[in-house]
Design a protein around this ligand. Structure first.
Ligand SMILES: Nc1nc2c(ncn2[C@@H]2O[C@H](COP(=O)(O)OP(=O)(O)O)[C@@H](O)[C@H]2O)c(=O)[nH]1
Ligand SMILES: [Mg+2]
Length: 303
């Protein structure tokens, strides 16, 4: 939910496509009423509702909230971070929505996305200040609700996927065990990243080397998207690769497919490349040996 023009439909398009969505996003017209679709995560089917945000629709939702909002498990509230003039209007709308949930004692987790936080704005003092002020104002709702903030932009697909993944993972109790296991395993190697994705690129768990830079994360994610396509096209269960960061640092990695009935997961493991390539290969082999442990854990989560 969120005001019209906040970027809600663009976000859903980006999450669904993950690549090559720019043209479609540029052509979007305002959503009429509510656009519904479904997707699966960890074997559970979710209905996703994209609430058209124009004034007349907002009034309708708020007039009959029980009709539109009951049964909500998770809300993503999108604010156009660039549109300072509409911050207040946006907060008012959010407040009305939260009021309904509060009266119903339905304390759904709320993810607030400060969207259109485009790459060139990351160091922009003005917008950062505005967002901070907004966050401070919004913390008053955290007495009742679990509220999580994210800065997102469709020009960084990872930012959008992270917000979506983090929101969803709140609905699965044991899911943080995956990241914990990754942290544990990573200690033993010169790891850069360890992540588990579902077939649609939603993160189930991940661990990053501390201080990994944003552009390095992006590089990895883009590489992953490209390689995942190849894994599918070539019907492989394992793919090893090697590449280089802008800094000149080399990394090696594997993508491994884990299958559970008709559910596929992708394990991505990236380590610093050793001059002695044999050493790198043996580490990647060891990681492969951790597969049963990983599979056990996934089984617990999707039960
Ligand atoms: N600069 C920028 N523009 C965006 C971003 N996301 C969406 N937009 C643009 O914002 C406008 C409204 O997007 P739309 O998804 O239709 O908004 P909705 O009304 O909330 O569904 C469109 O022109 C999009 O191209 C973003 O991350 N950055
Ligand atoms: Mg829309």
């Amino acid at each position: 939910m969120g005001l019209d023009n906040a970027g809600k439909t663009s976000i859903i398009t980006a999450i669904t496509k993950r690549f090559g969505f720019e043209e479609e996003v540029a052509r979007l017209s305002p959503t009429r009423r509510i656009a519904r679709d479904t997707f699966k995560f960890l074997g559970i089917e979710f209905m996703r509702m994209d609430f058209g945000g124009q004034k007349q629709y907002r009034e309708e939702y708020l007039k009959h909230p029980e009709k539109y909002l009951s049964g909500t498990d998770l809300m993503f509230y999108v604010i156009d971070a660039q549109d300072f003039n509409r911050y207040i209007e946006s907060i008012d709308y959010l407040e009305d929505i939260l009021l309904y949930f509060k009266v119903e004692q339905d304390y759904v987790p709320i993810c607030i996305l400060f969207h259109k936080f485009d790459p060139q704005l990351v160091d922009d003092v003005v917008i950062n200040k505005r967002i901070l002020t907004l966050k401070q104002a919004l913390t008053r709702y955290s007495n009742h609700f679990d509220i999580f903030f994210f800065e997102t932009t469709i020009y960084d697909i990872k930012s959008v996927m992270d917000a979506f993944s983090s929101g969803l993972s709140m609905l699965f109790e044991k899911i943080e065990m995956v990241s914990q296991l990754f942290a544990e395993i990573s200690k033993n190697y010169e790891s850069i990243l360890m992540a588990l994705f579902d077939s649609r690129g939603v993160t189930v768990g991940e661990w990053y080397r501390p201080h990994l830079q944003l552009n390095e994360k992006l590089k990895i994610y883009e590489k992953y998207i490209e390689l995942q396509k190849r894994v599918i096209a070539e019907n492989r269960s394992l793919l090893e690769f090697s590449d280089i960061f802008e800094s000149g640092e080399r990394f090696s990695g594997i993508i491994e497919v884990l299958e559970f009935g008709n559910l596929d997961f992708y394990l991505l493991f990236i380590i610093e490349e050793d001059e002695d390539l044999q050493k790198t290969v043996s580490i990647l082999d060891k990681i492969e040996a951790a597969k049963p442990q990983m599979e056990n854990l996934i089984l617990q989560i999707i039960q």
